[in-house]
Design a binder for this molecule. Structure first.
Ligand SMILES: Nc1nc2c(c(=O)[nH]1)N[C@H]1C(S)=C(S)[C@@H](COP(=O)(O)OP(=O)(O)OC[C@H]3O[C@@H](n4cnc5c(=O)[nH]c(N)nc54)[C@H](O)[C@@H]3O)O[C@H]1N2
Ligand SMILES: Nc1nc2c(c(=O)[nH]1)N[C@H]1C(S)=C(S)[C@@H](COP(=O)(O)OP(=O)(O)OC[C@H]3O[C@@H](n4cnc5c(=O)[nH]c(N)nc54)[C@H](O)[C@@H]3O)O[C@H]1N2
Ligand code: SF4
Ligand SMILES: [Mo]
Length: 746
C-alpha cells in the first residue's frame, strides 16, 4: 500500500484517530526506527472528532512495536515441560476441536472457558459470545475488563437501568467544574486530559478537583487535591452530599420527578457530618467544604473516574455513590455535566456492547434476564432454554476452577494474565495445572506463553479490519493496512473456523469481519446501545460515528445526518432512564473501606497503577527504545517519613511482602505519596525484571456486585535489602527521577 490510512490508536480508551503512512514515500527517505528497521509513520488524524489530531507518546510510537518479537506460526506441545514444536493451523485447530468435544462429553459445557480482552475488536468479541454462549452452551466467557471496567458497568446498570457512559468529550470543554476521582488522567488518558486542561487554563472560573491518594501529574494542576486515604471515596461522596443537603443546594423537583430511593439515601448521608468525614478520609475540613462548595456552586459538574474507583471491593458502591451526587443536583443529561467513566482499553466499550463478560449478552443484555437470553437464542437460531440465565465464571474464578479441576479447557486471547491477575503467584500455579490451555497472542514470548499447550499467532491491529468504540461511544473502523507476519490470523477468523469445525457450519460462515459486524449490529436494534445503522462501509465513508445510531437513520451526509449526530451526543437528555419506570435509582451505601486494611504485621497500604509511557505488561512498549528510556526500571514510591523509619535511601532496594508474596523494588522517596501508603507500577512481569511483580502482592477479593478485584490496595510490610540495586534492576531513569522531584515540589 502506498496511500495513508486512517485508523484508531490501539492503546487506551480515549480512542485517538491516527493517520498512518507507509515507510517509503515517493521523494522522501524511508522512515526507520532507531535500529534502522523501516516503520510506518504515525500522526494524529485531524478529522477524528475525539482527538482532533492529537496523540500521546504511545500512539505516536506504536508502529515501532509491530514487527518485533512476533509469534508467527501455531506451536504445540503435550505438556508444559516440553518445548514447543511448530505445527500447521490444521493440526492446531483439530487438536482444539478434539479437546472441546472431549470436555463436552466428560465434563459438560461448563468445563469450557475463554478469557478474552478489551483489546479484541468488536467482531472478535461478538464471535466469541456466539460460539461460547450461543453454541457451546456455557457462559464461561470473561475478559480482562473484569479487572478494569466491570464496576462501572454494574454501577451504570444499577443506577440508570443500563450500561453506557452518558457524556461526550465536548463536555470537557463545557464544564464549570470537573471532579477527577481515582484517575491519573494526565498519564493514562492524556488527550482527554489535554482537552480538559486547555479549557481549565483558559477559564479562571472553571475548577478542577482531583481525588487521589497520590499527588500525580493530574493532581499537580488541580485547584484542589484531596489526597484521601485509599478506600475512603464513599465517605467523601457521602460527606459532600451531607453538605449539599445542609445547604439546600439540591434539585428537589428532579429528585421527585425522575428518581427513586432518595429517602433511604438521605438517611445514609445524615451519618456523614464533615468533621467525621474529614477524619476518615484524612483530609482537611476546609478542603472538604471547598470541594462541596465547588460542586454546589457549579451549573455543570462533570466527574471523570477510572481505576481508583473501579478496582475496589466496593467498586460498584463507589460508582453509584458518585452518581448519587449527579442525581441529587441534576448534573446529568446536559452539556458539560455527568458521570463519565474513562474506559481503559481501546475497545473495552465494544466488549460491553458485544456482551463480552460472563454476566452479559450482546446489545447491553444481561445474562440473568430470561427475556434477554430468549432474544439471543432466537437471534442465533438456538433452541429455547439453550442459554442459561446464570452468569459464567469470572477470570479469577476460572483460575480457581483450574485448581479444582472443574474446567478442562481454557482459551486465553489478547491478555497476559500471568502478569495482570491479582495474587499472580497463585494464578501462575493454577495455570500450570491447566490440562489444556490455548493462548492466542500477537507476541512471543509473553509471561503467559509459558503456560500454554497451544500457541496461536494473532494478527493484531493494523493487520486485520475491525471496529472499536471509545469512551465517548464513538465507533471507528480500524482497517488492515499491512500484512500479518507469518501465518498470523485475526481472532474472529480463528473463532469462526473452530465454530465451523465443530459442525456449526452455517452459523459461522463469515467471509469477512464486515459480515460479522453486519450480523452483530442487528441484535443491537432497539437496545440502549443501538447501532444497527452502522456498517463497515458507512464507517469507511463517513468516518467515526457515535452511538446510538439506529437503523432508521438515513445515510445522506446532509443536514439530517448532522442533526442526528447532534442528538446522540449525550444520553438521558430527556431525563428518562433505562429502568422500567424511567427513573434513575439512588443508592444508599455506607462506606466499608478496604478489604485488607493495614495492621501491625502489614502496616502499609500498597497501591498499584500505571506510568505515562508503558502499556500494561510491555509486550509492545517494552520493545520501544524511547519508552524504555523514559521508564527503564520498576520502583516503589515511599514517603520520606516512612523511608527514614526504615533507613531506606533513594534507590536502595526495598523488599515488599504481603500475605501472598514478595517483590523487590528500588526506592523512590517522594512526598507525592502519603505517609503509610506506597505505590508500585504494574508494568514489570517476570520477563522484564526479577521479582518486581506488583501482583505477587495484590489480593483477589472483589466487589460483590461487579466481581472486580481490589487491585488498588493491599496490606504490605517493607524491609530494606542490603544488596546493591544495580545488580537487580539498574538505576531509575533521569526522567523518573525528575518526575519524582517535580512531584515532591509542593
Ligand atoms: N500510560 C498508560 N495509559 C493507560 C494504560 C497503561 O497501561 N499505560 N492502560 C489503560 C487502562 S486499561 C486503564 S484501566 C487506564 C487506567 O487509568 P487510571 O485509573 O488513571 O490509572 P491507574 O494508575 O491504574 O490508577 C489511577 C489512580 O488511582 C489512584 N487510587 C488508588 N487507590 C485509590 C482510592 O482508594 N481512591 C481513589 N480516589 N484513588 C485511588 C492511584 O493512586 C492512581 O493514581 O489507563 C489506560 N491508559
Ligand atoms: N496490580 C495491578 N494489576 C492490574 C491493574 C492494575 O491497575 N494494577 N490493572 C488491570 C487492568 S485495568 C487491565 S486492563 C489489565 C491489563 O492486563 P493485560 O490484558 O494482561 O495486559 P496487556 O499487556 O495489555 O496484554 C494484552 C495482550 O494482548 C496481546 N495482543 C494485542 N493485540 C492483540 C490482538 O489483536 N489479538 C490477540 N490475540 N492478542 C493481542 C498483546 O501482545 C498482549 O500480550 O491489567 C489489570 N491488572
Ligand atoms: S491518549 Fe490513548 S488513544 Fe490517544 S494516542 Fe495516547 S494511548 Fe493512544
Ligand atoms: Mo484496564
Amino acid at each position: 500500500m502506498t496511500n495513508s490510512a486512517k485508523t484508531l490508536c490501539p492503546y487506551c480508551g480515549v480512542g485517538c484517530g491516527l493517520e498512518v503512512l507507509p515507510p517509503a514515500q515517493p521523494g522522501k527517505p524511508t522512515n526507520r526506527d532507531s535500529q534502522g528497521t523501516p516503520i510506518w509513520q504515525v500522526r494524529g488524524d485531524r478529522s477524528h472528532p475525539s482527538s482532533q489530531g492529537k496523540v500521546c507518546v504511545k500512539g505516536a510510537t506504536v508502529s515501532e512495536s509491530l514487527d518485533k518479537n512476533r509469534l508467527k506460526y501455531p506451536m504445540m506441545r503435550d505438556s508444559l515441560d516440553e518445548s514447543f514444536r511448530r505445527v500447521s493451523w490444521d493440526e492446531a485447530l483439530e487438536a482444539i476441536v478434539h479437546r472441546i468435544q472431549t470436555v463436552l462429553q466428560t465434563q459438560g459445557p461448563d468445563g469450557l472457558s475463554m478469557y478474552g480482552s478489551g483489546q479484541f475488536q468488536t467482531e472478535d468479541y461478538y464471535i466469541a459470545q456466539k460460539l461460547f454462549k450461543g453454541f457451546l452452551g456455557t457462559n464461561n466467557f470473561d475478559a480482562n475488563s473484569r479487572l478494569c471496567m466491570s464496576s462501572a458497568v454494574a454501577g451504570y446498570t444499577q443506577s440508570f437501568g443500563s450500561d453506557g457512559p452518558p457524556c461526550c468529550y465536548e463536555d470537557l470543554e463545557l464544564t464549570d467544574c470537573a471532579f477527577l476521582i481515582g484517575t491519573n488522567t494526565a498519564e493514562c488518558h492524556p488527550i482527554v486530559f489535554n482537552r480538559l486542561r486547555q479549557h481549565h487554563k483558559q477559564n479562571r472560573k472553571v475548577k478542577m478537583v482531583v481525588v487521589d491518594p497520590r499527588r500525580t501529574k493530574t493532581a499537580e494542576v488541580a485547584d484542589l487535591h484531596l489526597a484521601i486515604k485509599p478506600g475512603t471515596d464513599i465517605d467523601l461522596f457521602n460527606g459532600i452530599a451531607h453538605l449539599l443537603m445542609r445547604w439546600g443546594t439540591i434539585d428537589t423537583y428532579f429528585i421527585d420527578e425522575c428518581t427513586q430511593n432518595f429517602p433511604a439515601y438521605a438517611e445514609v448521608i445524615s451519618h456523614y457530618p464533615p468533621e467525621l468525614v474529614a477524619r476518615n478520609c484524612e483530609i482537611r475540613l476546609d478542603d472538604l467544604e471547598t470541594a462541596a462548595k465547588y460542586w454546589a456552586k457549579s451549573e455543570r459538574v462533570l466527574s471523570l473516574w477510572s481505576m481508583g474507583m473501579n478496582q475496589s471491593s466496593e467498586g460498584t458502591a463507589k460508582v453509584r455513590t458518585l452518581i448519587n451526587l449527579h442525581l441529587m443536583t441534576r448534573n446529568i443529561g446536559k452539556p458539560g455535566a455527568g458521570p463519565f467513566s474513562l474506559t481503559g482499553q481501546p475497545n473495552a466499550m465494544g466488549g460491553r456492547e458485544a456482551g463480552g463478560l460472563a454476566n452479559i449478552l450482546p446489545g447491553y443484555r444481561v445474562i440473568t434476564n430470561p427475556q434477554h437470553c430468549a432474544e439471543m437464542e432466537q437471534f442465533w437460531g438456538r433452541p429455547p432454554g439453550s442459554i442459561r440465565p446464570q452468569r459464567g465464571l469470572t477470570g479469577v474464578e476460572m483460575m480457581r476452577a483450574l485448581e479444582t479441576g472443574d474446567i478442562g479447557f481454557l482459551w486465553i486471547a489478547a491478555t497476559n494474565p500471568a502478569v495482570s491477575m491479582p495474587d499472580v503467584k497463585r494464578t501462575q500455579e493454577a495455570l500450570r495445572r491447566s490440562p489444556f490451555t490455548v493462548y492466542q497472542d500477537a507476541y512471543y514470548p509473553t509471561e503467559t506463553s509459558e503456560y500454554a499447550h497451544i500457541l496461536l499467532p494473532a494478527a493484531q491491529w493494523s493487520e486485520k479490519t475491525g471496529v472499536m468504540t471509545n469512551s465517548e461511544r464513538v465507533v471507528t473502523l480500524c482497517p488492515e493496512f499491512r500484512d500479518p507476519p507469518g501465518e498470523a490470523r485475526p481472532d474472529w477468523a480463528v473463532l469462526a473456523e473452530v465454530g465451523r469445525r465443530l459442525g456449526f457450519v452455517e452459523a459461522f460462515r463469515f467471509n469477512s469481519s464486515a459480515e460479522v459486524f453486519a450480523e452483530f449490529v442487528q441484535c443491537t436494534e432497539g437496545r440502549p446501545c443501538d447501532y444497527s445503522g452502522l456498517s463497515h462501509d458507512r464507517l469507511r465513508q463517513q468516518g467515526p460515528l457515535q452511538w446510538p445510531y439506529p437503523y432508521q437513520w438515513p445515510s445522506p451526509e446532509g443536514e439530517e445526518e448532522k442533526e442526528q449526530n447532534r442528538t446522540n451526543k449525550r444520553l438521558y437528555t430527556d431525563l428518562r432512564f433505562n429502568t422500567p419506570d424511567g427513573r434513575a435509582r439512588f443508592a444508599a451505601y455506607h462506606s466499608k473501606g478496604l478489604a485488607e486494611p493495614p495492621d501491625t504485621d502489614y502496616p502499609f497500604i500498597l497501591t498499584t497503577g500505571r506510568l505515562y509511557g508503558h502499556w500494561h505488561t510491555q509486550t509492545r512498549t517494552g520493545h520501544i527504545p524511547k519508552i524504555r528510556k523514559m521508564h527503564p526500571t520498576p520502583f516503589i514510591e515511599i514517603h520520606p517519613r516512612d523511608a527514614a523509619r526504615f533507613k531506606i535511601e533513594e534507590n536502595s532496594l526495598v523488599e515488599v511482602r504481603s500475605r501472598r508474596g514478595v517483590a523487590r523494588f528500588p526506592a523512590m522517596i517522594t512526598e507525592a505519596i502519603a505517609p503509610g501508603t506506597v505505590f508500585v507500577p504494574m508494568h514489570w512481569g517476570a520477563l522484564w525484571a526479577d521479582d518486581a511483580e506488583a501482583n505477587a502482592l495484590t489480593h483477589p477479593i472483589a466487589c460483590p456486585s461487579s466481581l472486580q478485584p481490589e487491585l488498588k490496595a493491599c496490606a504490605v510490610q517493607l524491609e530494606k535489602v542490603t544488596i546493591p540495586t544495580g545488580s537487580l534492576h539498574g538505576e531509575p531513569s533521569e526522567l523518573d527521577l525528575k518526575r519524582n522531584q517535580a512531584l515532591t515540589r509542593k
